[in-house]
Design a protein around this ligand. Sequence first.
Ligand SMILES: CC(C)(COP(=O)(O)OP(=O)(O)OC[C@H]1O[C@@H](n2cnc3c(N)ncnc32)[C@H](O)[C@@H]1OP(=O)(O)O)[C@@H](O)C(=O)NCCC(=O)NCCS
Length: 230
Amino acid sequence: MAKSVSITHGGDNLLSSVAALNGRVFDTDPVIAYMLLDLSREERLAYLPTYWSTLIKSALLNDAIITEADGWKAASVLVPPGRYLDNAWTLLCAGFLGVLWRIGYPGCKRLWAEFSGMTDNAKRIGLRGHKRYYYVFSIGTEREHRGKGLAKAIMQDHQRTAQAANLPIWLEATTPGSRALYLSMGFEEVEEIVLGKGKVAADATLQPGGPGIPLWAMVWWPKSTADSSS
Ligand SMILES: CC(C)(COP(=O)(O)OP(=O)(O)OC[C@H]1O[C@@H](n2cnc3c(N)ncnc32)[C@H](O)[C@@H]1OP(=O)(O)O)[C@@H](O)C(=O)NCCC(=O)NCCS
């Protein structure tokens, strides 16, 4: 099925399309909900397009590649090797201060101390010292088009790109379903990370003593044995 999927790539010109799509497809994503924990559900849903627009703008300032499938039924944001989303300058230029203002000090702690701290640690283990890798910042398929092989086709496109550069791909799966998809495509699980342990349930609703939100740090390695990438 994946063979018949049409894939196109772009950059800045696709910002609003991918931000709008992400706002819809990540509406119940527990990790995003946890980052925006202090907002009510309605406030969060209304804020999601702005949140995504800011983060993707920052990714684009880091030369991110936007990939869409079958006329915007699915799309991804891929950050190329050597570029990082936590680049303070590009975050600033993308308007991230507005996001910080919206999520407040507790949100900043969740984003940096928890999410970035834990995923950076997983990267140190999982990337075995490799500094250059592709990062799948987001991938999502519109609800009515799920299960048709669109995310798989996009990910296969990323695997071809990474294979050609002989570099690994890094991502964090935020749902058991996406974890299953990536495992089926040859990704290895590096570590299960738990956010908000003791504070929230798995769906990010407040729950004192709750189990927290699991996410899975994962890496895919190119097939080549040549290794000039670290
Ligand atoms: C995860 C997501 C991107 C999958 O998109 P999709 O286009 O439906 O996925 P595909 O149709 O390409 O699925 C490819 C494979 O993954 C499997 N898969 C997809 N979603 C799955 C799920 N929820 N549970 C189990 N397996 C799943 C499919 O069965 C399929 O396997 P097959 O090739 O053996 O048939 C989509 O469900 C989504 O947008 N979710 C919300 C956003 C999200 O969680 N993004 C990922 C964040 S890391």
